[in-house]
Each structure stands twice: as C-alpha cells, then as structure tokens.
Design a protein. Sequence first.
Length: 344
Amino acid sequence: MGQLGGIMSLLSEIHFDKIGSLFEAEDGSGDCSVGECLNPSLLWEKRDKLEGIDRGPFDQESQYLSSLISAFVSHAKELRLSPHNFFAPIPDAFEYRDWASYRAAVDRWEDFYVLGEGAEGSKNRLSYCLAGELLREMIPSLTSSASQSRGFVLCHTDLHIGNIFVDENFNMTSIIDWGSAYAGPLSELLATPGLSGSTSPPGESLVAAFRAGFGQGGKTIEPELWVKGEMMWRFSRLVRLLSTQDYTLFKTLFELVHEDGSDDIPRTFHERSMQKHGRELLAKLREDAEGEESQEEGSEEEERGPEMETERIAVARKLMLMSEMNPNFVADKRLWRWLGDAIP
C-alpha cells in the first residue's frame, strides 16, 4: 500500500485546468486535451442513456460533484435499483459472528424485503432521491480551496488488484487499464484504495502506509485534504452504487461532514418526504411505476408467501408495522443481530 501511495503521489504532480476525460489530439502530435467526462458514475449501468446530465468538462470541482449526484438521482428515478435498498441493506457476512447467524439474518431480511415494496418500490426510490438532495447540500464540505489551487490530477477509474502487477518480491511493477483515465479532484487520489473489494473502508494500518508512501520525498498534504479523501472514498462508492451498504456509506459520510446528528438521518428523510416537494416526488414515482410494479410485487409475494414459516411471516409483518410507525427505523445489522439473539 505504501508503494501505491508513492505512485498516487507521482500522479498528483500531473496537473490539468479542467475535470474530464483525456482525449488524444487528432493531429498525431501525441498531445491530449480534457473533454467530456467518461467517469463510470456517469456511464455504467445504462447511465450513459440518461438525459439532462452535464458531462463536462468541468471548471470547478463543485460542478463535477453536482453532475455525479444528478446521475445518481436520475438512476434512482429511471433505472433498475435492485439489490440496493437504502434503509434495508443486504446483510454483510463480515458483520456476523458466524455463518449460521449470517444466514439467519439473510432469511429475515428476505422475508422483510418480500413483504415490502422492495428495491424497485417508490418509497425506496424516494429515499435515494432524498439522499441525493442531502449529498448536494454537502458539496461545499466535500470541496477544498486548497485542492482547487493545486489543479486537477490524473485519476484511474477502476483501481483493483486485477489491474496491479507485482514481481516475485511483491514490488509493484505496473498498473494497467488506463483507457478511461481522467483529470479529477485531488481528493480522489488521496482516498486510500479499497483493493479487497470489501464494503468497508481500508483499515488504519493500510491508510497509514498509503499516506506514508504518498508523503515520500517531503511532500506535505494538509490534514484537511486527507479528510476530503476519506469523504471522497465514501461519496464515490455511494453515487456509483458500488456497495449494497449504501446507508452505511451515507451515514459515515454524514458524520464526517457534520460531526454529529447521524442518529437522526432516518427522521430527516421522513421529514423531507412529508414536505410538499417530497410528497409530489413520491406521487410522480408511483405514477411512473403504476401497473408494472404492483404486478411484479404481487406475484413475488404470492410465490414466496406459502414457503415462509408462520413464525417468520409474523416477525416480518411486525417489522413492516414498525417501519411504518417509527420514522427512525433502519433494517440493518443492529436489527438482525438483535433478532438473532432474541429468537433462537
């Protein structure tokens, strides 16, 4: 990780005046220019077909972040969301003490999921739209004047262990797959890569090694910028829908930005959903999904229902009732662990 930090440090010395993808000059000179941004957050999962999205190039970091949020919200409105369920994330095996407790959590989550609207339901789509609104309000905290003054830097769009070559001594020899490289904000280089594919951010030892490698040669990074990097790690995974733990990513990002108030996130969403804008948006989402959604949900519950044990049905229905009555309800690891201890 220290070697990777050193490579990212070298990339930070390549500066651009705009954010966007790099295109080779047509005159054969070998020069390149910054053009439309082909960031995966703007293209993948059929986002390239979304209309009304500003795709750059961008003069300001805030414009770039706003574009990513717009693509995120448009995805929530128009494209398939499954398996992303904002307030009922799929259980992660790493969150449970053994395989049996994890499987029990998955079974209970599936029961709850089937009885509700599911990922494609209007309420879940509304939650992602409201998350986009709150993310947009965070933009001033995600950007940095110090980062802007340094200029924009060369970023790799898809850094993972499959794109890193090492020799027999585990020294990094090359990084491949630069076809979609782009000029982006410095905070993206300062975010310690999560190479394991885990939904959790890298551990403290890996972060320390990465930052030490980045600082080789006497390079000094302001503490504020390291925090921006932590924020960007979560922001980029959230808007790109890389994880099934979207609520966890949002909650941690919210804590980094606001330093408190994360326990009130579900209530904040509920209050916004009850405002005029929230009610109108929910009505529009329901109108768009009318017919097809109800037919799919009905058939799914009909197929699943008889297979569910009586006790499991009762538990799932009580959870549904709780979710409707409690504005702070979140069906995450805390709930499934508690049920695992309470119900043998």
